[in-house]
Design a protein around this ligand. Structure first.
Ligand SMILES: Nc1ncnc2c1ncn2[C@@H]1O[C@H](COP(=O)(O)OP(=O)(O)OP(=O)(O)O)[C@@H](O)[C@H]1O
Length: 241
């Protein structure tokens, strides 16, 4: 008998069309004897390849939800699936691995290390992946190329504009080839021209297949999203035009 491992002989199991699935997700905090429901029974599915923005009033729960999506926090009750994995019950070491491999983060303040060059900042994200040195260098060069900063690889953050620093931060987020890119006010510290530059880059990454979820107060960012969510008092709703 011939045993074959050819893909064509295997039953085709379609990859899930969603990246995240949240079921009855609640996150409460105890403060001075009071219970604060930051996220209150959220059901939500985010499709693979989507570009989702999350808007809403201050204190509405946006940061808390983003932390749950980013495996930086776990819900008080309910389930947060990333692919097939329920992050609500995953171990801390599993969550750490998820953050290192599958989830890219971009923050309002860029969070670059000032003493390192652009290339070294991007390379930091590959540290936990234990790749061979040559592949690591190739990936860093590709990521910087992708964000249009190949010529600035040896520059330190102080030698770059705000928009360029955010592009380095995006390169650092995508160099690990994550399943999803989470952004917290990615244009918050930028003027209009730089904001447009970052928006174009995010859109390009999205059309290339990267799933994007961005918390934003900036309606210009939200207008470019495929799907806009509104989070208020811990509950989420789609914004319809
Ligand atoms: N660590 C914490 N301990 C206690 N309460 C918290 C904590 N983190 C958040 N909260 C509370 O949870 C609620 C939601 O906060 P969250 O930061 O998620 O809102 P947000 O929509 O991101 O607000 P903003 O737009 O101001 O950043 C708020 O009432 C907040 O005070």
């Amino acid at each position: 008998m011939t045993v074959t491992t050819s893909d064509t002989t295997r039953p085709q199991v379609p990859a899930p069309s969603w990246v995240y699935r949240l079921e009855s997700v609640t996150r409460t905090y105890q403060q001075k004897g009071r219970t604060i429901q930051a996220v209150a029974g959220v059901d939500l599915q985010i499709d693979s390849g989507d570009f989702v923005t999350i808007q809403g009033p201050t204190g509405g729960g946006k940061s808390t939800l983003l932390q749950l999506l980013g495996a930086l926090d776990q819900p008080t009750s309910g389930h947060v699936y990333l692919g097939d994995l329920d992050m609500a019950t995953a171990s801390h070491s599993r969550l750490e691995k998820l953050r290192a491999h599958d989830i890219g983060f971009v923050f309002q303040g860029f969070n670059l290390i000032p003493t390192l060059t652009a290339a070294e900042n991007v390379d930091m994200a590959l540290e936990p992946l234990r790749l061979p040195r040559v592949e690591r260098a190739t990936r860093v060069a590709e990521a910087l190329e992708h964000v249009g900063l190949a010529q600035r690889a040896d520059h330190r953050p102080v030698e770059l504009s705000g928009g360029q620093q955010q592009r380095v931060a995006i390169a650092r987020a995508i160099v690990k080839r994550p399943k999803v890119l989470l952004a917290d006010e990615p244009t918050g510290n930028l003027d209009e021209a730089m904001r447009d530059e970052i928006l174009l880059l995010l859109e390009r990454l999205n059309t290339q297949g990267l799933t994007l979820v961005a918390v934003t107060h900036d309606s210009a960012v939200a207008q470019r999203a495929r799907r806009r969510l509104y989070l208020s008092a811990g509950t989420v709703a789609d914004i319809k035009d």
